[in-house]
Design a protein around this ligand. Structure first.
Ligand code: SAH
Length: 426
């Protein structure tokens, strides 16, 4: 979501005549787009922010904009006083405060309505993401902003605000614009992407939105993330099975495999319901890959409860497990009413146990690709090799002197490991 927001800012700045620099020292404008989903992300944001201070001292004319969840939709009280060298603060998904500041600095008096007309707010208007010489193969479209679910550990609703689906017209126009710029793959984004349209009676479901975007010529692959188990409908599964451009890869987090922990997390489903959903998805979409997220060390999580999560991953053999150690976040229910009582070493121990387990599972799943042919969309050249993805979102590296950027080509897999594969063009 932050990558998408950053593209939005970059393209808005391009419309004002700015261009990208390679080094921060050369920049007239620096946008620090921040994430605070865990303490580690917040620490990193503050680290980068502190590192900008000497730059600003050397070049006082430089504009520093801090954007995103460190600021939040309701603002961050006292932030300006703590960081006087920051010129502009922006909430997530909204480049408008920066654009207004830059225009006013140039001496252009701007009315509120004027900037709003010129520089689309993401919830209303078209974003034209930056696409240097058609080099962007894969791009994102946020379709649901904010989140109203309020999982007890999660800060996102407090920083990104209430759930709001963007209109299908705007989403389609954006997808068409990306297609015209040569983008081949679009990933639709939302904190709970399968809730798309539920806040607005006139909007289509995610499945029907996928059906419309599927018609757009030039777009070859469609993905969406992140799903919540409670909203994953058969209609959506039918769309995945029936639409060839919708890739067989689903991100649907479990977060835990123990019912009491799940209830304390306010996730709204049981471990059995999650298992049933995964089985159902696999029945309906053959060859599907499924990714999950897990938090270890949630307040009160006992060794036995952790083992239930371990068993869940062991049994379900997910393609990917994004693992996190619980960290209390301001304003959240868990930080206000539960004690962060699993010691850090224990969180690490549980984290490593799952990491080891998942490494073995992923290696085994990937080994089945060995000798197989699969279609790869090539998205970049990285350290001399072409990097691409299978329909199931597996990372594949291929050596070739040809320009493979943006091409979808059959590849034979010649080596597999837990995190990536190597292949050769067929
Ligand atoms: N809305 C999406 C993504 C949320 S953030 C979803 O619900 O899946 C991405 C991941 O960060 C979450 O899935 C969760 O596993 C993790 N996360 C969120 N809050 C956390 C916290 N306080 N401590 C540790 N991990 C957290």
């Amino acid at each position: 979501m932050n990558v998408a927001d950053s593209y939005h800012v970059a393209s808005s700045l391009e419309q004002l005549g700015y261009e990208a620099t390679k080094r921060a020292e050369d920049a007239d404008v620096i946008v620090l787009n921040t994430c605070v989903v865990r303490q580690s992300a917040e620490d990193k944001a503050y680290g980068r922010l502190n590192s900008l201070k000497p730059l600003k001292k050397k070049r006082p004319g430089m504009v520093i904009n801090v954007m995103g969840c460190l600021i939040g939709v309701r603002g961050n009280e006292g932030f300006k006083e703590r960081f006087p060298y920051v010129d502009v603060l922006s909430p997530p998904s909204n480049p408008e405060p920066l654009l207004r500041y830059l225009l006013e600095r140039e001496g252009k008096k701007v009315e509120q309505s004027q900037t709003e007309q010129r520089f689309a707010r993401m919830d209303e208007e078209l974003i034209l993401p930056l696409n240097e010489q058609g080099s962007l193969v894969s791009s994102f479209i946020p379709i649901v902003l904010g989140c109203s679910h309020a999982c007890s550990y999660c800060v996102i609703p407090y920083r990104r605000g209430v759930e709001k689906s963007r209109s299908p017209e705007v989403i389609l126009a954006e997808a068409q614009s990306l297609a015209r710029q040569g983008v081949k793959e679009i990933t639709l984004l939302g904190q709970i992407v399968d809730r798309y349209g539920k806040d607005s009676p006139d909007y289509p479901t995610l499945a029907n939105l996928l059906r419309s975007i599927h018609e757009i010529e030039g777009i070859e692959r469609l993905r969406f993330l992140t799903s919540h188990p409670n909203y994953f409908s058969d209609d959506l599964l039918d769309a995945i099975a029936e639409l060839p451009k919708v890739m067989p890869h689903i991100e649907v987090p479990a977060q835990a495999g123990d019912d009491e922990v799940l209830a304390n997390m306010r996730r709204g489903y049981t471990e059995k319901q999650y298992r049933d959903l995964v089985r159902h998805i696999r029945d309906k979409v053959s060859g599907v890959s499924i990714a999950t997220d897990i938090i270890v060390g949630f307040p009160g999580e006992t060794q036995e409860q952790f083992e239930h999560t371990y068993e869940l991953l062991e049994d379900l053999k997910m393609d990917v497990a994004h693992l996190a150690r619980y960290s209390p976040r301001p304003q959240t229910l868990s930080s206000r009413s539960m004690v962060d009582d699993v010691p850090d070493e224990e969180k690490w121990r549980r984290f490593r146990a799952l990491e080891d387990l998942q490494e073995g599972i992923a290696a085994e799943i990937h080994s089945k690709y060995l000798g197989e042919q699969t279609e790869i969309l090539f998205e970049a050249k990285q350290k001399g090799r072409w990097r691409g993805r299978t329909p199931t979102n597996k990372l594949v590296f291929v050596e070739s002197d040809q320009n493979l950027l943006g091409k979808i080509l059959p590849v034979e897999i010649v080596w597999t490991g837990p995190w990536s594969m190597q292949g050769k063009l067929v």
